[in-house]
Design a protein around this ligand. Structure first.
Ligand SMILES: Cc1ncc(C[n+]2csc(CCOP(=O)(O)OP(=O)(O)O)c2C)c(N)n1
Length: 644
């Protein structure tokens, strides 16, 4: 029987002898590799924290002591050890374990996550609450070096460090974000680890301890540790964390489980804010991932022996790839065009832009707010920045968009990837709000293409002809049709809609990804004698006032369809605009969109169907709007949870 089979929760782990922990580490690693090789998922980060996870649950009295993991993509092994081992293969599937951390999934998930750098703030809140409530547990935030580059992390350290309250931060330093970590903080941390003089003294200290006879070892240890501490002070000038009020412990070898247990046991008894600096290797234990941690941050199913992917793709490129390639062409033609990413070069395909135009590519780290204000600064000087950030992460930068870009009318282009349902990554990663939040900003041009060619045409229009802020969104999906070279893509007139088919009963005002589904629904409804006009509303704001006017005067019913939160979305906007026309005979208006709740994780296809944003769901809405009978129920169809 494996040790893992005997661990139903961390209390079982804590009953093991320390000598067994290495075996536990090996077993959890093997389990993680097994599951992800079969199912796909986040990969390298969990492998890198196997020892840390085992040691933390071994030393700390979880769940009474609270472990706050940052982001949550590295928490597979935490899930394995906290009663979710059997269900691990269900991770990221609809109805299965969550991709990241959730308070409603386990008492061991002290704080929900998915976005980076929230751990120190949240853990600090828990530590303060503990003191206010007169309780006495430990709170530990575990944060990666990539997330440690976020402003939020420093706001929290700055707040926590000067107070003297008990609080522990573990910095998991693997020298990687998803891509290689960037910036001055990264250099600083690398300096702490690689300082040759310090390492020499450290080696010497270890040597002395090793050779000391056991009778005098306690005194010798004390002297040696003090020596090491003072040398560290001398040789690592600045000691950023110490200056911020944290006692710095480390660097410790994050793959030496015995050393980690010893360190955490000591730290657990210490008072005040403490930062433990653990050095790890992302992908540890799986050679291809150790050699190429960037590629192996997350993976589809793969062959455990060769490391080769086992899932085939449809052949059409993803939107993000079309964007990356198109942006290069736009930048080839205009030396003012630059690309900015916030630590997501491959996710946004700005990595290919980097290769083509290295001097016009900026990875600012996980710092979305900074990315936007940086772009605003560039724009004041005539540079044309394209800020490529996932819709969900751009939420972080809302005030920067409003205050620094829009209020000053600066020409910054926002390229929002993963807009709409992001799929298996779930509610933290769905980009459901951008239509609502962009529409709310005065002066913001809000666009959504129906396919890859239109996406590039909109980007070109923004960069060549427009002066002012502009947003364009695209989904985590393959483009519906091949995309020709940019020069062959016809231009688009500003603020125009496109009438794709005509029918007298109802007009479907479809946005972006919904255009294709609306066309198919309209085709299907013909057989029932329902004739629909379909309009591609590629400009959400400013919109095509002439076409809207014509449509609402010539149709008895209007259905807006968007892959975004229906509350305050395009439909709500259109309803108000139609109302403002004060028509004598106004059409019935309804809006289809994502419901006013957080949508769970699962495949895009399943989730869109669940929200009524597939062909069948759209057809149902049209029938309901026209008072026609519903189609005969398909017993194999998944139940609808409704769109508003
Ligand atoms: C606000 C935000 N921006 C971007 C991301 C995407 N993201 C997920 S993990 C990650 C890298 C985190 O690096 P680090 O903290 O060093 O953890 P590691 O993966 O190295 O363990 C990034 C950029 C995110 N989750 N949240």
């Amino acid at each position: 029987m494996s040790l893992l089979d005997q661990i139903a929760d961390p209390a079982d782990l804590r009953r093991l002898k320390p000598e067994s922990l290495r075996r536990v580490v090996d077993e959890v690693r093997a389990r993680h590799i097994d599951v992800v090789s079969e199912k796909g998922g986040h990969f390298g980060a969990s492998l890198g924290v196997a020892e840390l996870t085992v040691a933390l649950h071994y030393v700390f009295d979880t769940p009474r002591d609270q472990l706050v993991w940052d982001t949550g993509h590295q928490a597979y092994i935490h899930k394995i050890l906290t009663g979710r081992n059997e269900r691990l293969p269900s991770i990221r599937t609809h109805g299965g374990l969550a991709p990241f951390l959730r308070r409603d999934e386990s008492v061991y998930d002290a704080f929900g996550a998915g976005h980076a750098a929230t751990s120190i703030s949240a853990a600090w809140g828990m530590a303060v609450a503990r003191d206010l409530n007169g309780e006495s547990f430990k709170v530990v935030a575990i944060i990666g070096d990539g997330a440690m580059g976020c402003g939020l992390a420093y706001e929290a350290l700055n707040n926590a460090g000067h107070t003297g309250r008990d609080f522990i931060v573990v910095l998991n330093d693997n020298d990687m974000s998803i891509a290689p970590a960037v910036g001055a903080m990264n250099k600083y941390l690398t300096g702490l680890i690689t300082n040759p003089a310090y390492n020499k003294v450290r080696g010497l200290v270890r040597d002395i301890l090793h050779r000391t006879p056991s009778g005098v070892s306690e005194v010798a240890t004390e002297v040696a540790v003090r020596l090491e501490e003072s040398v560290k002070h001398m040789l690592t000038p600045g000691m950023l964390f110490q200056e911020l009020g944290f006692r710095y412990v480390g660097p410790v070898d994050g793959h030496d489980v015995d050393q980690l247990v010893e360190t955490f046991s000591r730290v657990r008894e210490m008072k005040g804010p403490i930062l433990v600096h653990a050095v790890t290797r992302k992908g540890k234990g799986f050679t291809p991932a150790e050699d190429d941690p960037w590629t192996w941050h997350a993976s589809g199913p793969f062959d455990k022996v060769t490391g080769k992917g086992t899932k085939s793709s449809s052949g059409l490129p993803r939107y993000q790839k079309v964007f990356g390639k198109g942006l290069i062409e736009l930048a080839d033609a205009d030396p003012k065009v630059v690309a900015i990413t916030a630590a997501m070069p491959d996710g946004t395909s700005t990595d290919v832009f980097q290769k083509a135009h290295p001097d016009r590519y900026f990875d600012v780290g996980i710092a979305e707010g900074h990315a936007v204000t940086f772009a605003a600064g560039l724009a004041t000087q005539g540079i044309k920045p394209v800020v490529a950030i996932y819709s969900t992460f751009l939420q972080r930068a809302y005030d920067n968009i409003v205050h620094d870009v829009a209020l000053q009318g600066l020409p910054v282009v926002f390229g929002m990837d993963r807009a709409g349902i992001a799929g298996e990554d779930g509610p933290t990663h769905h980009g459901t709000l951008d239509i609502a939040y962009m529409l709310a900003i005065p002066g913001m041009t809000v666009t959504a293409p129906k396919d890859g060619s239109e996406m590039l045409a909109l980007l070109r229009l923004a960069l060549e002809k427009h002066d002012g802020p502009w947003s364009v969104r695209w989904p985590r999906a393959e483009v519906p049709a091949e995309v020709p070279p940019l020069a062959e893509i016809p231009p688009i007139e500003p603020h125009t809609w496109e009438i794709l088919r005509n029918g007298a009963d109802c007009v479907l005002l479809a946005v972006g990804t919904m255009v294709d589904a609306a066309m198919q629904a309209a085709d299907g409804l013909v057989g029932e004698g329902i004739r629909c006009t379909v309009v591609n509303c590629r400009f959400l704001k400013p919109y095509d006032e002439c076409v809207l006017d014509e449509m609402v005067r010539s149709h008895p019913a209007v259905l807006t369809i968007e892959e975004g939160q229906v509350t305050n979305g395009f439909g709500a906007f259109m309803a108000r605009e139609i109302d403002a026309l004060e028509l004598r005979s106004a059409p019935r208006v309804a809006s289809a969109g994502l419901p006013d709740r957080f949508v769970e994780h699962g495949s895009r296809e399943v989730l869109l169907a669940e929200c009524g944003l597939d062909v069948q769901g759209i057809a149902d809405r049209v029938r309901a709007l026209l008072g026609r009978p519903a189609a005969s129920a398909d017993p194999t169809a998944s139940p609808k949870v409704g769109s508003a």
